[in-house]
Design a protein around this ligand. Structure first.
Ligand code: SF4
Length: 348
């Protein structure tokens, strides 16, 4: 069996059935082989550096009602906040002073942050730094994506969440998967480096769905893909559902690395929240990116997509330093470059 598994892990292309087979592995020795092969592919295609992306959560208002998310509009129990543009620009300055040259501007779908405000923030950050600017603002209009690209944004993150159209409509009341895919394709077509990804362990999701998620990421020709566990959030319809499994998240990360090769893959904060060694395990199972949350107080505690987010009550500078030490303890180097897509030649 181990011999067959080895042959499978070294195949150039994996079929859907082979991906499902790998996601169903249970034996620890076989899992170690899977993680070890993913780590090898990561080293071969991405190198040994770990890229840091500094997140600023600029608003926890959201006009959507995704059933799994604590920021959903109908969650009246959540205190809401919006950072001012000046606070966002100042936080971006703090991030680049730390030697982190990707700034992720993230929020729920919040129309308050309109074309002009986001363009202003991008422009002001761009005047002071050549850091990569990543937007993660949900589904917005095609005109907004275009305006923000012209203002200087480099990347856009928009998770597809699940490749199963029926599940997608179950989880998102007003949205559908085909529209989400149109947005991802449009973003790519106008020159953004594009990231997407899923949630692992959502109710009704199967291993077959997870295999389709990985294959969808491949067909979208993504530059980054994130695979994080579902963590139930209070005041949501899924508050009493089971938490996603760390082991399944690691398996998806590892198989995705083998299939997607040079795509950037983070060891997510959600994985680190459900497993004390989540970052380390993710980084040794194929991941090459970590995304420290540098949102200042008091806002960082209020961006509650899920409860108990690791580091959310810590000083952002202290928790980032701790994270750097954890990465270095693995024998991995921290990149002090922008860490652009490995599919294009824009490194500076
Ligand atoms: S997942 Fe995103 S779009 Fe959905 S409710 Fe949460 S913040 Fe809003």
């Amino acid at each position: 069996m181990i011999m067959n598994l080895n042959q499978l892990l070294y195949k150039e292309e994996l079929t859907r059935d082979e991906i499902i087979f790998l996601l169903n592995l249970k034996d620890q020795e076989e899992l170690n082989l899977l993680y070890s092969r993913a780590d090898e592919v990561r080293s071969q295609y991405c190198g040994d550096e770990v890229h840091l992306r500094g997140i600023i959560d600029i608003s926890n208002f959201c006009e959507q009602n995704c059933v799994y998310c604590g920021l959903r509009q109908e969650n009246d129990a959540l205190p809401r906040f919006r950072m001012t543009p000046e606070e966002v620009i100042e936080t971006a300055r703090v991030i680049t002073n730390l030697g982190i040259f990707t700034i992720v501007i993230q929020s729920g779908e919040d129309a308050h942050f309109d074309t002009d405000i986001i363009s202003y923030i991008i422009y002001q950050i761009r005047q002071k730094s050549n850091a990569a600017i990543t937007l993660s603002l949900g589904e917005r209009t095609f005109d907004e994506y275009r305006a923000w690209k012209i203002a200087g944004a480099d990347r856009y993150l928009l998770k597809h969440e699940t490749a199963n159209p029926k599940l997608y409509e179950t989880y998102h009341f007003k949205q559908n998967l085909s529209e989400r895919l149109e947005h991802l394709k449009f973003l790519k077509s106008i020159g953004y480096q594009v990231g997407s990804g899923n949630l692992i362990g959502l109710p009704m999701q199967t291993v077959e769905d997870l295999a389709d998620d990985i294959l969808l990421c491949k067909s979208l020709d993504l530059d980054m893909a994130a695979f994080g566990p579902f963590i139930p959030s209070p005041q949501t319809p899924y508050q009493n559902k089971n938490i996603g499994e760390a082991e399944l998240t690691l398996k998806v990360t590892a198989v995705a690395r083998i299939v997607l090769k040079q795509v950037h893959i983070p060891a997510t904060t959600a994985l680190d929240t459900i497993d004390a060694l989540g970052r380390e395990k993710g980084l040794t199972a194929g991941a090459n990116v970590v995304m420290p949350d540098l949102t200042p107080f008091p806002y960082r505690e209020q961006y509650k997509i899920y409860p108990g987010k690791r580091g959310s009550t810590d000083d952002p500078l202290v928790s980032t330093e701790r994270l750097k030490k954890r990465i270095e303890a693995l024998g991995r180097k921290i990149s002090y470059k922008r860490g652009d897509s490995l599919k294009i030649d824009v490194q500076t």
